[in-house]
Design a binder for this molecule. Structure first.
Ligand code: DGJ
Length: 329
């Protein structure tokens, strides 16, 4: 009897511990570099990603990675930017071995924008064809009527014949959209204006600079465009640089390294991927980077940091934890 009582007590305690672990804590701050769990307690798998704010909800699109494999594009949703619900695989790899997006190819740095004319969500990403390493260097395009997908793969191409590896998308105030991309074996950073349906590249395609840069992330403040990029050292971190311009097509002026704090010269052991403006807050932008773990890519960490301004020049100051109220309640 005593044994029975003891074992059922033990059972109850174990159950309580398991339940406590099962319900992840509600997040109320950003902790750059720590393990980030989704609302079910799973480690978030959305690397090289970008955000989209759509009808009051944020969507985080990012590479679903295995140890090294590229497994498609995951999407998460959030109302507050701290707590992320897994919505599933937005764009899956094709099981058709002849497809451009079959397994053993790469889908990197996905970005999604909404086209109000066609009422479609449009995803662009860096596509590498199956079995070709990083040789193909193409921009891939997929579309969906629903923000979380599933997205249908449309096509891939090299914009105006230029290689297209690391990339980002930017929609300007007038609704014109652009791809900023690393071309010519990453020696050139270029910009191309998208067609009105956002599905293709126009011939408005310009060289921004030839500094051997990748990982472009861009934002606009008070009519000026700011662009953060990394150097090209594979998965290893390097020094970031900041450029400013009055027009997306340039000229772009270098402003040095905007990172401040420990390991600032290595982008805090990370690499830029996106900059998210925070709606409803003035001059509020979140710098988003990946801390890659090349031995196990899915285990790479996220670095989200607030951008501040020193004499109108963007600064990304390291902090272990922060909240959106850095921009006021
Ligand atoms: C750096 C790029 O920024 C990443 O997206 C990825 O392509 C790695 N290189 C691969 O080495």
């Amino acid at each position: 009897m005593r044994f029975l009582l003891f074992s059922s007590l033990l059972c109850l305690t174990t159950l309580r511990v398991v339940q406590a672990q099962d319900v992840p804590k509600r997040q109320t701050s950003f902790k750059p570099g720590e393990v980030w769990l989704d609302t079910k307690g799973e480690v978030i798998n959305a690397h090289g990603g970008g955000l989209l704010f759509d009808k009051g909800t944020y969507y985080w699109f990012g590479e679903k990675r295995g140890k090294s494999a590229s497994e498609g594009v995951n999407v998460y949703s959030s109302k507050d930017l701290y707590n992320w619900k897994m919505e599933g695989l937005a764009l899956a790899k094709s099981t058709d071995t002849t497809s451009e997006i079959a397994t053993h190819g790469l889908m990197e740095r996905p970005k999604v924008i909404y086209n109000p004319r066609t009422k479609q969500y449009v995803m662009w990403f860096h596509l590498e064809l199956p079995g070709q390493g990083y040789k193909a260097a193409r921009a891939g395009v997929a579309v969906s009527k629903n923000v979380t997908g599933p997205y249908t793969y449309v096509k891939s191409f090299r914009p105006n014949g230029h290689m297209s590896r690391d990339m980002t998308l930017f929609v300007d105030d007038d609704g014109s959209a652009y791809e900023i991309y690393s071309a010519r074996e990453n020696y050139d950073l270029r910009i191309v204006k998208l067609t009105d349906d956002y599905l293709s590249a126009t011939s408005q395609d310009t060289l921004l600079f030839s500094d051997h840069r990748e990982a472009p992330a861009v934002f606009k403040k008070d009519g000026k465009y700011f662009l953060i990029t990394s150097g090209c050292t594979g998965w290893a971190p390097n020094r970031a640089s900041l450029h400013v311009a009055d027009s997306l097509f340039g000229p772009w002026q270098p402003l040095g390294d905007p990172m401040k704090g420990p390991m600032a010269d290595k982008t805090f052991d990370g690499q830029s991927t996106y900059i998210q403006p925070v709606p409803g807050k003035k001059n509020a932008f979140i710098f988003i980077a990946d801390r890659w773990n090349p031995k196990d890519l899915k285990d790479s960490r996220y670095l989200w940091l607030p951008i501040s301004f020193d004499a109108n020049q963007p600064v990304v100051q390291w902090t272990d934890a922060w909240k959106l109220d850095v921009w006021g309640k």
